[in-house]
Design a protein. Structure first.
Length: 295
């Protein structure tokens, strides 16, 4: 019985490890599904006027399919039911009278038989050699033979159940270990997919900021060129006095300075927008509940 209890202790420890890993995987799966649903929704909203990547979209869809596989890895209900049934059977065995040493009918009959034997021996030592009645001893011997068959049958049944429970534990332990390993692999795969999607989102944001900066700089250059063609430089086909040419050069320098100042202003505004987006993303990530990582 003590050996079975030691096996049961190991089984309980591994079961608790399996349940804890399964619960953590389930929590991470919920977070992953919610976040990828939000990302796909926001991506669809901005496709018409923003940027898009079919390759990235296919990768996200594949991540959703892989998340379903991770969900299957965390299913432990079948093993949990088997372990609970086995625990119930072990508790019943602990309640059996054969699970612990205690006084029973055979012990009482043994003591009674020893006492009768001592009495018979004392009577035979008397000088009169009188006949001694041993009927009581015969009754005790008959009871012991009958009780022996019953006790052995019950004892063998108890030992058989003990060995059966021990064998079930031996079979369950590798299954639980394999399940825990599958859960850990699914957890690692899930975290890798989450990190990959985060990198892709930030890469997408970088591309968007670069395109926005290029459009701003391009618009300023076109406007500057148009102004220089219309007002900045004199028409070479017409004769211009020297004073007019000097004035035109001064105006072109002033226009260039304005363009440079505008570009610097746009650059500062773009830096402010990128910084604000970064801070907002960090605050959003920090505000999430990451307590499950410490479990």
């Amino acid at each position: 019985m003590l050996s079975l209890l030691r096996y049961n202790t190991n089984l309980t420890k591994m079961k608790n490890t399996m349940v804890s890993a399964s619960q953590q995987l389930e929590a991470k799966l919920r977070f992953f599904k919610q976040s990828i649903d939000i990302d796909l929704e926001r991506y669809s909203d901005q496709m018409a006027y923003g940027i898009s990547s079919e390759k990235m979209l296919r990768a996200w869809k594949e991540m959703e399919d892989k998340a379903v596989t991770c969900t299957k890895a965390g299913q432990i209900s079948f093993l949990d039911e088997q372990i609970m049934e086995l625990h119930t059977e072990i508790v019943e065995l602990q309640r059996s009278p054969y699970a612990r040493r205690q006084g029973d009918v055979m012990d009482q009959l043994e003591k009674r038989a020893i006492e009768l034997y001592r009495q018979l021996k004392q009577r035979n030592s008397t000088p009169d050699n009188a006949y001694c009645d041993s009927t009581e001893m015969v009754k005790i011997i008959v009871q012991m033979v009958q009780s022996q068959d019953r006790v052995l049958k019950e004892l063998f049944g108890h030992l058989s159940r003990l060995l059966g429970c021990k064998q079930k534990i031996i079979v369950l332990l590798p299954q639980i270990e394999m399940t825990v390993n599958r859960i850990k692999e699914a957890d690692s795969s899930l975290m890798q997919m989450q990190a990959k999607r985060q990198r892709e989102i930030w890469h997408l944001l970088k591309i968007a900021c670069t395109q926005s900066s290029a459009r701003s700089l391009g618009g300023s250059s076109i406007e500057t060129s148009a102004n220089s063609r219309t007002t900045g430089w004199p028409d070479k086909s017409l004769p211009q006095p020297l004073s007019s040419m000097l004035i035109s050069k001064e105006k072109s320098r002033e226009t260039c300075r304005k363009v440079i100042d505008e570009n610097i202003t746009y650059q500062k505004e773009l830096s402010t927008v990128i910084l604000a987006a970064t801070v907002e993303q960090e605050n959003s990530i920090m505000s999430m509940d990451w307590s499950w990582l410490q479990q």
